[in-house]
Design a protein around this ligand. Structure first.
Ligand code: HEC
Ligand code: HEC
Ligand code: HEC
Ligand code: HEC
Length: 449
């Protein structure tokens, strides 16, 4: 009887979400919830664009042949989501609604206009189009209707693909407690995903074998999936997105019930003395005294610990990169000397595995706080597997009498590394400028920040 009630309740909830109109316009929430609106708006304060490939030119090599090698910046505040996906070279310069390179699913985590359009045209009909098709519909940055039902303070999931994924791994939204539901609102976007070509390019999370990097890899291997073929080594590669929900799920904080919301949306009191949740999600450490201090002693010591974790993760990252970058070029040298696909296969599989572990760790932003030991474990494995790839490649190189060590091109700057992998960034930039002027400004009417 209890189960039946639960099922009927969740059916009622599901149909309520399906039929209630999505209140996508962020401004329209201001009058009803001024305090939350004001704190949400301050996500605009984190406005700096940090060019990560300029900081670490290895990235251009590791992602060679994939659009990430063109441009990759640190995350900015939620307020900039539409601007950033539109400006980045990865989305190219489509000239018409049906022009590529990206599918519509690239809007998925950028705007409450996405659930609004799902409601209007259907999720699959939305996703089967090219990215440019919906530009004119996108005008609100990540906001209220991404996490709340119209006019309501209750949290909801607005991405049906995320709801399906949570359900599949035994975390159906309707049956979670309030804390987990709140974290699941973040888990709609801060996750690893891919676009399922078997299913109208709908968004899918690879969670069937658990939340670890290895679990996701097992899933991708089981369906023979790769994101791209590496331009230098020809290895079948995977690109990690931003598995924050996953690396948090396997952390000590998650075990203790400390969620994204505990740290990123702490309770505050407004001028009228009312308690509210700070909606500036980018300020987690600022709330040390009211949040972290329940369990951790000193703010200064914690700041130092976070800094030293950051350094340790960065060192392990660079150590893994040095090995994997070299392996890509050694594979190229082996191909160039005449090695065949059978001889190359074991090394290419090891490169895929090594780079996946590296990427899963470093694409998980904030991992030096969320789960530093998991980052170090993954990065150590990445390096070890990269070294195994090098051993396998050394045998092939020796067989084909290639002089070793194989020489690497100049990778000392972003420009040098991008040139080494054959990118013409100046042309991409010029095309993008024209796209921003002719299409985004004139046809879409999108406001860029
Ligand atoms: C990324 C998801 C997300 C976005 C975007 C978001 N909220 Fe929230 N909101 C939450 C969560 C999660 C809570 C509950 C926090 C808790 O229970 O500790 C919450 C709580 C609230 C509450 C309950 C009172 C409070 O402050 O705790 C109100 C009202 C509210 N939000 C309004 C808004 C408005 C208005 C916007 C847009 C300007 C907005 N929210 C944007 C996730 C979001
Ligand atoms: C124990 C508290 C805590 C929990 C739990 C937590 N975070 Fe964080 N998170 C932080 C802190 C602190 C930082 C800032 C690290 C820094 O500045 O070096 C951060 C950083 C981040 C960043 C990177 C910000 C940037 O500027 O690159 C993202 C994204 C993020 N967290 C999302 C999440 C999500 C999503 C969850 C839940 C799945 C979560 N966090 C859980 C404390 C937490
Ligand atoms: C609709 C998708 C979506 C949801 C829901 C979402 N995020 Fe984000 N988040 C993003 C995107 C996209 C960016 C990067 C924006 C950019 O760089 O333009 C981002 C950036 C961030 C950052 C880094 C920027 C900063 O301000 O420091 C943090 C931290 C963060 N999100 C935390 C959270 C937390 C916590 C939640 C849940 C309460 C959440 N996000 C919910 C999509 C989302
Ligand atoms: C409910 C208790 C609790 C709260 C609240 C909490 N933490 Fe933790 N945190 C822990 C526990 C327990 C550990 C694991 C300790 C260990 O492994 O030694 C941990 C571990 C950490 C670590 C990893 C230490 C390492 O190097 O392995 C960092 C960083 C951290 N917390 C930061 C924060 C920050 C920042 C906040 C506030 C935004 C916060 N924590 C809030 C309980 C908490």
């Amino acid at each position: 009887m209890k189960t039946l009630n639960k099922i009927m309740l969740s059916m009622a909830l599901a149909s309520a979400t399906a039929t209630a109109a999505i209140q996508a316009d962020n401004e329209s929430w201001q009058q009803q919830f001024p305090t939350q609106y004001q704190s949400w708006k301050t996500t605009s304060e984190k406005s700096e664009i940090v060019d990560v490939i300029a900081e670490d030119p290895n990235l251009a090599v590791l992602w060679a042949g994939y659009s990430f090698a063109k441009e990759y910046n640190k995350a900015r505040g939620h307020y900039y989501a539409l601007t950033d996906v539109t400006q980045i070279l990865r989305t190219g310069a489509p000239k018409s609604d049906s022009d590529g390179p990206q599918p519509a699913a690239c809007w998925s985590c950028k705007s409450p206009d996405v659930p609004r359009m799902y409601q209007q045209v259907g999720e699959s009909n939305f996703n089967k189009e090219a990215w440019a098709k919906w530009g004119a519909e996108m005008s609100n940055n990540i906001g209220c209707a991404d996490c709340h039902a119209a006019g309501s303070a209750d949290q909801v999931m607005t991405r049906p693909y995320a709801e399906r994924a949570m359900e599949k791994v035994g975390l159906p939204f309707a049956e979670q407690d309030a804390e987990m539901q709140a974290a699941q609102t973040c888990g709609q976007c801060h996750v690893e995903y891919f676009f399922d070509k078997q299913d109208s390019q709908n968004v899918r999370f690879p969670w069937e074998h658990g939340f670890t990097g290895e679990g996701a890899e097992k899933f991708y291997d089981s369906i023979g999936y790769s994101d791209w073929t590496h331009q230098i080594s020809k290895a079948p590669m995977l690109k990690a997105q931003h598995p924050e929900f996953e690396t948090w799920s396997t952390s000590m904080h998650a075990d203790m019930g400390v969620t994204c919301i505990t740290c990123h949306m702490p309770k505050k009191t407004n001028a009228a003395g009312q308690e509210y949740s700070d909606h500036n999600v980018g300020n987690a450490f600022a709330a040390f005294d009211s949040v972290c201090a329940d369990c951790h002693d000193s703010k200064e010591e914690m700041a130092q610990l976070i800094e030293s974790n950051k350094h340790a993760v960065n060192d392990a990252k660079l150590a893994a990169e040095a090995v994997i970058v070299r392996a890509h070029f050694e594979a190229k040298a082996a191909w160039d000397a005449g090695a065949n696909a059978d001889e190359m296969a074991p090394a290419l599989q090891l490169i895929r595995k090594a780079q996946w572990r590296w990427d899963f760790a470093i694409a998980s932003h904030g991992i030096h706080v969320h789960n530093p030991s998991e980052a170090l474990r993954l990065l150590a494995d990445a390096k070890a597997m990269g070294l195994q790839a090098q051993v396998a490649l050394a045998n092939v190189l020796t067989k084909y009498a290639v002089a070793q060590p194989v020489a690497l091109p100049d990778l000392s700057t972003k420009a040098a590394a991008q040139k080494a992998v054959g990118l013409d960034i100046e042309k991409d930039r010029a095309d993008k400028q024209q796209f921003l002027k002719e299409v985004v400004e004139k046809q879409w009417g999108m406001e860029l920040h």
